[in-house]
Design a binder for this molecule. Structure first.
Ligand code: ADP
Ligand code: NA
Length: 342
């Protein structure tokens, strides 16, 4: 049986938030800590993906480093996990070209992310998008790069949040298309969707917590201080019904808080709602803020330590990660070139 290869990535677009943590990073650490010997664990700061929208160089440089430091801070151990910047392993971009020769335009045009990033309605056609918002090729073909990220490591398992399910399906489809044409090079990767499927925005609890939401109070950053966490939870949008109940369809704000709690306390939302039923919203919010703060304390301390380090620790981890990931990717590219006649 072929060994398990776990791959996932995160964009360097600011310090990761609680949704990234519960939907992805915490699962990565769990996989690392529970991995059978022989499992390969590969995690990337996908900086090439960040370029699908305009970036300012100094800010991107800072964000890359912050994202890297966060992966170390949440508990990824470079001795067990390979952690690297995507742009330092050129095979990712090279395989993207190869895959783009088999990837379906029709499939890409039906995907939703390029439309939502341009804030266009879901039924927008390619021509309309280009006329209205100057759709760039990179934003449109982003899922092909994501497929390359996964396939260049011949990953078998991809731990992600629910919002990535559609992209994973595209990667599987593209891997199959390639294998069908050239031979069975790529394992068909399996999505491992986190139990925390979608952590919702604190300000707009019907949409997911996201780095791109304009209001910074809509998300908790992993480096927020206890007082900042407290303030953000205090002003989180809820409703004015008297009792605490778990009802995501009608009470998305309160339900989101209960869901966040349930991920930290390992019990169901209903059970927590039962315990807090007669309590005021203020009491519930204080409990949520305290839980998050306590859990993130160690992450924050470790983050400060890594960012404050003057011995080049992060840079040396990144260098080693790129070497290991690069070796792995080059092996795949040898096989790919061989079956294609290159
Ligand atoms: P963002 O969507 O905030 O830009 P990324 O695209 O870099 O974040 O996603 C990194 C990981 O975090 C992915 O696995 C994604 O599924 C997960 N993720 C992002 N936002 C959320 C959320 N609100 N709830 C759960 N998981 C999320
Ligand atoms: Na995302």
């Amino acid at each position: 049986p072929s060994p398990r290869v776990v791959f996932s990535g995160i964009q360097p677009t600011g310090v990761p938030h609680l949704g990234n943590y519960l939907g992805a990073l915490r699962e990565w650490v769990k996989l690392q800590d529970e991995a059978e010997p022989g499992t390969k664990l590969i995690f990337s700061i996908v900086d090439l993906h960040a370029l699908t929208v305009p970036q300012e160089a100094a800010q991107l440089r800072r964000w890359r480093k912050e994202a890297f430091a966060t992966l170390l801070a949440v508990g990824l151990d470079p001795k067990r996990s390979t952690i690297f910047y995507q742009s330092e392993v050129p095979a990712h971009a090279e395989l993207m070209w190869i895959l783009s020769t088999v990837a379906s335009m029709g499939y890409l045009s039906r995907m939703t992310q390029w439309k939502s990033k341009l804030q266009l309605p879901e039924d927008t056609t390619l021509e309309q998008a280009d006329a209205r918002a100057q759709l760039r090729l990179g934003l449109f073909s982003y899922p092909v790069l994501q497929a390359a990220d996964i396939l260049v490591h011949r990953a078998t398992h991809v731990p992600v949040g629910e919002d990535q399910r559609q992209h994973l399906e595209f990667s599987r489809y593209t891997a199959n298309s390639f294998n069908h044409l050239y031979g069975p090079i790529f394992p068909i990767p399996e999505a491992q969707i986190s139990p925390a499927k979608r952590v919702m925005s604190l300000k707009e609890p019907t949409s997911k917590m996201s780095k791109s939401h304009p209001d910074p109070k809509s998300r908790i950053l992993l480096t927020d201080s206890p007082s900042t966490i407290h303030k953000k939870i205090k002003v989180a949008l809820t409703d004015s019904q008297p009792l605490i109940t778990y009802d995501p369809a009608h009470r998305p704000g309160v339900s989101n808080l209960l869901e966040i709690l349930s991920h930290f306390e390992n019990r169901s939302c209903e059970e927590i709602a039962g315990e807090f039923e007669g309590a005021s919203l203020r009491v519930l919010k204080e409990h949520v803020a305290a839980r998050i703060s306590a859990h993130l304390e160690a992450v924050r301390d470790r983050y400060e330590e890594v960012m404050g380090d003057r011995t080049g620790y992060l840079e040396s981890v990144a260098r080693e990660g790129a070497e290991r990931a690069g070796g792995n990717a080059r092996e795949t590219m040898r096989m790919v070139r061989d079956v294609m006649g290159l």
